[in-house]
Write a protein that binds this ligand. Sequence first.
Ligand code: UP5
Ligand code: MG
Length: 219
Amino acid sequence: MIFLLLSRLSAKVPSVVYRAALIMKPQVVFVLGGPGAGKGTQCARIVENYSYTHLSAGDLLRAERSREGSEFGQLIDSYIKEGKIVPVEITINLLRKAMEDTMQIDEKKFRFLIDGFPRNEDNLQGWTTVMDGKADVKFVLFFDCSNEVCINRCLERGKSSGRTDDNRASLEKRIQTYLQSTRPIISLYEKQGKVRTVDASCGVDEVFADVKTILDKEG
Ligand code: UP5
Ligand code: MG
């Protein structure tokens, strides 16, 4: 009888240990840069080549804006058009849920590229309140690009993107918000030695070559 119990236990223990080892704390790379710097484009390339899941805060907000019955649809719509930053309570819940859903489907998917967040102090505070201790921020991948290049890329994309903020009036506001609110967040991480900067003004392949160098080094 004892033998039977022990053999059952020993069969169970390794699987419990194995499962615990598999459930990893999310590892996060924040991806920042001006509007049109190429965050989304480069994240897509990273996903093709490395085991990361890409979560764009902007995409999540646009999806929430279109979700039938969303109580935040109108608010998100006006904030995006005005190039303003949506209150973090909305964004952080979308991000947290997306991370949880991803890991629930596949617990090996614990590496995340969080694109376009945190954009201001409010975002950072919201992240700390909700995610501190629950996820590790490895570093910030910063796509550095002149305002002029950013604006031109978005205007070009605006010819077909259908995005309500890819027009000159919205872009001027997006750039102002970026300079006033997001750059200081990048500087904050810079002081902690956590920023990896890429020159985002050259072609997609050249930018990605620099991204690869960084990711290969970070492990
Ligand atoms: N392109 C890309 N790379 C290129 C290259 N190297 N050479 C030439 N062309 C290149 O690229 C933009 C365009 O440039 C594309 O046409 C691409 O082909 C080309 P993309 O990869 O889309 O750039 P990205 O940096 O992702 O630009 P995006 O417009 O998405 O940046 P934003 O940060 O402005 O937009 P986001 O979607 O993150 O946010 C939109 C709004 O949502 C914000 O303004 C804000 O109102 C709201 N928001 C919040 O409130 N909170 C958040 O946390 C996030 C968003
Ligand atoms: Mg984007």
